[in-house]
Design a protein around this ligand. Structure first.
Ligand code: MG
Ligand code: MG
Length: 252
């Protein structure tokens, strides 16, 4: 599959899908507290997306059973929402959401603290968001994918953290996953060139300890190999002649 460039009209439609995606995450944030199950977080997201006339992108994707991926602490991504997984004070919870609206997907993820969290968790969460912003600042027509990845990686590693290699950002549009891959590591000036009209998900996955990850026997949940914390921050970004535009950003 080649890179699919979008017209200004298509990007405008993607902004609608992006808005629903971003708002669904804020709905989740509003219910996250000790005692709430990850299934309840998923329900809030599902119901909001459906209420907006959209479809949860992840529901049924390769058989995924939830509308959102809800991953806790050492879980990096693809956590399966569960009635049995009850959030506790001090947890770090990653909420990853996709919404399909009028033929286009939005894809976004944020990390939230459950009650009071450790100083390390706070530092990791804030740094991961900063990694995203350092990366997106390089998402400029004429630059290359390696410029984005290099910026993300440098931001993580300067803080003593590491970036996940096995899972990467991606193009997004009428398909949830399109070309090109958008790694959270790279070399400046290398990789595919960025053009206006590209829409990509930039999504740093940053580990407090080593970069290694493995998949749990459920076939989905990706966890850090060393059991330490991980954080995730993602927006769908349009590369335009006026610079990067965050399609899933609805404010904090
Ligand atoms: Mg995502
Ligand atoms: Mg994504």
């Amino acid at each position: 599959m080649a890179i699919i460039l979008k017209t200004a009209e298509q990007i405008r439609l993607m902004r609608e899908a992006g808005r629903i995606t971003g708002e669904a995450i804020l709905k989740a944030r509003d219910v996250i507290r000790p005692g709430v199950s990850t299934w309840e977080v998923d329900r809030v997201i599902h119901d909001y997306i459906v209420k907006c006339g959209a479809k949860p992108s992840f529901l049924g994707y390769a058989g995924f059973p939830g509308s959102a991926c809800v991953s806790v602490n050492s879980e990096v991504i693809h956590g399966i929402p569960s009635r049995k997984r009850i959030l506790e004070e001090g947890d770090l919870v990653k909420v990853d959401v996709g919404a399909l609206y009028r033929g286009y997907h939005g894809d976004s993820a944020k990390t939230f603290a459950v009650g009071r969290v450790s100083a390390e968790a706070t530092r990791l969460m804030e740094r991961t968001k900063e990694c995203f912003y350092r990366g997106v600042a390089k998402a400029i027509a004429g630059n290359r994918i390696g410029d984005v990845g290099h910026a993300v990686q440098a931001c993580a590693e300067e803080a003593g953290f590491s970036v996940v290699r096995e899972y990467v950002g991606h193009g997004v549009g009428s398909h949830l996953h399109e070309e090109p891959d958008v790694p959270n590591y790279g070399t400046e000036g290398r990789g595919c060139r960025l053009y206006a009209g590209m829409t990509i998900a930039i999504e740093p996955m940053v580990n407090a300890g080593g970069a290694g990850v493995r998949v749990l026997p459920d076939g989905w949940t990706v966890v850090t190999s060393d059991g330490r914390l991980s954080a995730h921050y993602e927006h769908t970004v349009a590369i335009t002649d006026d610079g990067p535009v965050l399609l899933t950003d609805v404010g904090e």
